[in-house]
Design a protein around this ligand. Sequence first.
Ligand SMILES: [Zn+2]
Length: 209
Amino acid sequence: MELSKIFENNEKWIQSKTQGDPNYFENLAKGQKPDVLYIGCSDSRVTAEDLMGMQPGELFVHRNVANVVNAIDLNAQSVINYAVKYLEVNHVVVCGHYSCGGVKAAMEAKDLGILNPWLRNIRDVYRAHKDELNAISDEQKRYDRLVELNVKEQAINVVKMAAVQRAIRKRGMQIHGWVFDISSGKLIDLKIDFKKVLEDIMEIYRLED
Ligand SMILES: [Zn+2]
């Protein structure tokens, strides 16, 4: 791939944006007020804004291998805190995807070096749902289900944060768990009842009265 192509593409993109609105970038530079925080996988096929038809300024994004939300990952914690506390997003989306290499790797007995502690977050999800997952004999279906359960558990990890609990209580911010199906292009809402999840885990994870 010729990288010069990227700069040519950029010029075309600027033209397309300013065609109907000459002040497009001037206005964009004034600031951001995105309504949605999107936490997804780094996979090159899962293009956050593109697949949702979102424009610059509409989506605050955090992506890492297998859309993991870990309590001691300063990066994810900073992004979520900033989005929830200062940008005051109304929706936090954790979006996984089928055919996720990170999730697949966590199902295999393989030493992946520095990726081991990262993928262990997903092995922990497997352990928490071992009975359900082991009951699925079709390996592909078990893999797909782990992708979904990983979304749910990472979204629960979002709910464990103080700023998130406050935003849910004070201004009705919502959490969502979605999966992107690469083979069809479809975005699927797992329809996880986070109100119920919140009630179930608050006994342990509530951080303020
Ligand atoms: Zn992935």
